[in-house]
Design a protein around this ligand. Structure first.
Ligand SMILES: Cc1ncc(COP(=O)(O)O)c(C=O)c1O
Length: 417
């Protein structure tokens, strides 16, 4: 029995059956590559689902972990440490928002943002305004797995087994301005969007829809909350994807790459929204601990010192152009979209998308498929053109083989007929 077989057998007895893992045992990583127990290197175009922004083993991260772990790992939020204000300053300066709450994960940041919206609406009511408690979320949205998050997540499979979920959520058709207008009223305390939907298939909001959401929220005092957990922290070439639109939300949420793989999430908001929160209303034991903050500071400084926002834009544009030229050669690719290093190639069949992910894995390249038919690329920001070329050559080969296979099958079918 191999070590992997032993681990698989033990996990199947001991863990809740939540994940369909690929049968690979990873043991370490270097740069854009992750290495399995036999020493095989995989080109990682998924980076732990958009987490390992600086790749693997970046000295800025390993040194920050070593330094901070020797000094202080945890204090609780009953006391001060050096990291939170320093990190909050970096985040507020880069996002245009005023105040920060540190959580541990994406879903926890999103929960906090929903609570903030309800509390803010309560404050407005106490000041004599008419505003309700409902949320408007978008079709195909994904905001996480805890109760508030699944309640505002579109796909029924994430909500229904756990019902009743949090009430008061309506879903607006994606990028449908008329539907947004029809569903918005002063019953709504917040409009919830991802500037570029991640799990929903790398789908950017239109400028018109985003601007209308901003205008409607402003008209009643409702909050515009933008989930930047997947798109934020530089992945699209700007710190937040909403910055491509020139729109400032009232609240945003960050997580995934923020601390280079150490769990950390953040809610950022305006002074106006922050009026709703007072000591004791919200909190967490671990959120914003010294270790996570020190690493997040190192991640932000490295992104800036190494020019990785510009690099993500440049290599991302190259990647997208290569995908577009691949789409010209292969009819199976029906759309290419995204921004910076948050990219997708949509295929004409879910079976082909599944097959492509498996074939890429055989060629030691990690990608995944979201929303059934969408190949998703969320590589580390340190990706170079040569890595893009490797991935494109592999995709070209897979689609060519598939087309040959499909045409011999249909020729065979004709013969039989
Ligand atoms: C846009 C978005 N929001 C929230 C989440 C949930 O984050 P986490 O898995 O850290 O709870 C995700 C995770 O994929 C996400 O992509």
């Amino acid at each position: 029995m191999t070590k992997l077989d032993q681990i698989r057998a033990a996990e199947s007895r001991l863990l809740l059956d939540t994940y369909e893992r690929n049968p690979i045992l990873f043991v370490r990583g270097e740069g854009v590559h992750i290495v399995d127990e036999s020493g095989t290197k995989y080109l990682d175009l998924l980076s732990g689902i958009g987490v390992n922004a600086l790749g693997y083993g970046h000295p800025a991260i390993t040194e920050a972990i070593a330094r901070q772990s020797r000094a202080l790992i945890h204090t609780s939020n009953l006391f001060y440490h050096e990291g939170q204000a320093e990190l909050a300053l970096r985040l507020t300066e880069r996002t245009g928002l005023d105040r920060v709450f540190f959580a541990n994960t994406g879903t926890e940041a999103w929960e906090g943002a929903l609570k903030l919206a309800r509390a803010h609406a309560g404050l407005l009511r106490s000041e004599g305004n008419e505003i309700g408690t409902r949320f408007l979320a978008l079709e195909q949205s994904f905001h996480g797995r805890t109760f508030g998050s699944v309640s505002t997540t579109y796909k029924a499979k994430y909500r229904e087994p756990f019902g009743p979920v949090v009430p008061g959520v309506d879903f607006v058709k994606f990028n449908d301005v008329a539907d947004l207008r029809a569903k918005f009223s002063n019953e709504v305390c917040a409009i919830l969007v991802e500037a570029i939907q991640g799990e929903g298939g790398i789908r950017p909001l239109t400028r018109e829809f985003f601007a209308e959401a901003r205008a409607l929220a402003t008209s009643t005092g409702a909050l515009l909350i933008v989930d930047e957990i997947q798109a934020g922290m530089g992945r699209t070439g700007k710190w937040c994807a909403y910055q491509h639109y020139g729109i400032l939300p009232d609240v945003t949420t960050l997580a995934k790459p923020i601390a280079g793989g150490i769990p950390l999430g953040a809610i950022l908001c305006t002074e106006e929204a922050a009026r709703a929160i007072h000591a004791g209303m919200h909190g967490t034991t671990f959120g914003g601990g010294p270790l996570a903050c020190a690493v997040a500071i190192a991640v932000i400084d490295t992104i800036e010192n190494e020019g990785l926002l510009a690099h993500a834009t440049e290599v991302g544009d190259y990647f997208q152009a290569q995908l577009r030229s691949l789409a010209k050669r292969h009819e199976a690719i029906i759309d290419v979209r995204g921004k910076g290093l948050m990219l997708a190639a949509e295929l004409d069949s879910a079976d082909l998308a599944k097959l492509t992910v498996a074939e890429m894995l055989k060629r030691h390249i990690l990608i995944n498929c979201t929303s059934d038919t969408v190949l998703r690329f969320l590589p580390p920001y340190i990706l170079e053109r040569e890595h893009v070329d490797t991935a494109i050559a592999a995709l070209d080969e897979i689609f060519t083989e598939h087309a040959v296979h499909a045409s011999t099958q249909s020729a065979g079918g004709h013969n039989r007929g």
